[in-house]
Design a binder for this molecule. Structure first.
Ligand SMILES: Cc1ncc(C[n+]2csc(CCO)c2C)c(N)n1
Length: 227
């Protein structure tokens, strides 16, 4: 018998046109090849650092909305991984470029960055736990997809890539496990929900996937406030 489609199968299928655009973005491709302009990467590291501070708050909101201890444990695990593992990568890269932790933390978020985190935080504060997960899932899932894709496309030249650690981090077991746990949780939370509510979850998933595109674009063109 054919396996029935899960909610995340549906999300994955429908988001393909957006994720393909993300994967083909010159920022992502040049990062994988190792040819990305250093200034663009620095812009990204700084913006992503402050993005992650706000993004981590989504996990904290999720803890308060969790229905049981096991779910609280899952969220505190990804919260810990983000603050101490993912952000450590940024701190290490920044140090290589002579940027201090304080400088990283003092970064002013660009319009796209503010819009992206505000969208998620508003939905998370006002919505259900399922809505929180729908917002944060593309970040975790698409980065994992990108890590795997870049390893596949450019794995043979990875040793000479100055951004090698980036690819290795997102392609890692830790991130794969984190993304899989969130995918499974999304399916559990969507179980039995009427189409009206599923459509709201899918809207969040698509919107944050589109913000991922805008985030790559903002960094590639080093967009910022006019003054
Ligand atoms: C703009 C932007 N989007 C996604 C990620 C990736 N990411 C954020 S938190 C996390 C761990 C969640 O399990 C991952 C993989 C990022 N760094 N920056």
């Amino acid at each position: 018998m054919e396996k029935t489609m899960t909610f995340t199968d549906r999300l994955f299928k429908n988001v393909q046109p957006i994720w393909e655009k993300n994967h083909n973005h010159p920022f992502v491709q040049e990062l994988g090849k190792g040819t990305l302009d250093k200034d663009k990467f620095i812009h990204y590291m700084k913006q992503d650092y402050v993005y992650l501070i706000d993004y981590s708050k989504l996990f904290s909101i999720a803890v308060t909305k969790a229905p049981n201890l096991e779910t609280m444990q899952k969220f505190t695990q990804v919260l810990h991984d983000t603050l101490h593992f993912e952000m450590e990568l940024h701190r290490q890269f920044a140090a290589e470029f002579g940027i201090t932790d304080e400088e990283l933390e003092a970064t002013k978020p660009t319009p796209v960055n503010v819009a992206y985190t505000s969208y998620m935080l508003t939905a998370a504060h006002n919505g259900s736990l399922a809505e929180v997960v729908a917002c944060l899932l593309p970040c975790a899932w698409d980065y994992w997809e990108i890590g795997k894709l870049l390893r596949k496309q450019y794995g043979d030249i990875l040793a000479s890539n100055p951004y090698r650690k980036w690819v290795e981090t997102y392609d890692s077991e830790t991130f794969g496990e984190g993304a899989k746990a969130l995918i499974q949780l999304m399916d559990e939370l969507a179980e039995g929900k009427p189409e009206r509510e599923l459509a709201v979850l899918e809207k969040h998933f698509q919107m944050t996937s589109k913000y991922e595109y805008l985030f790559w674009d903002m960094n590639y063109y080093k967009q910022d406030w006019p003054i």
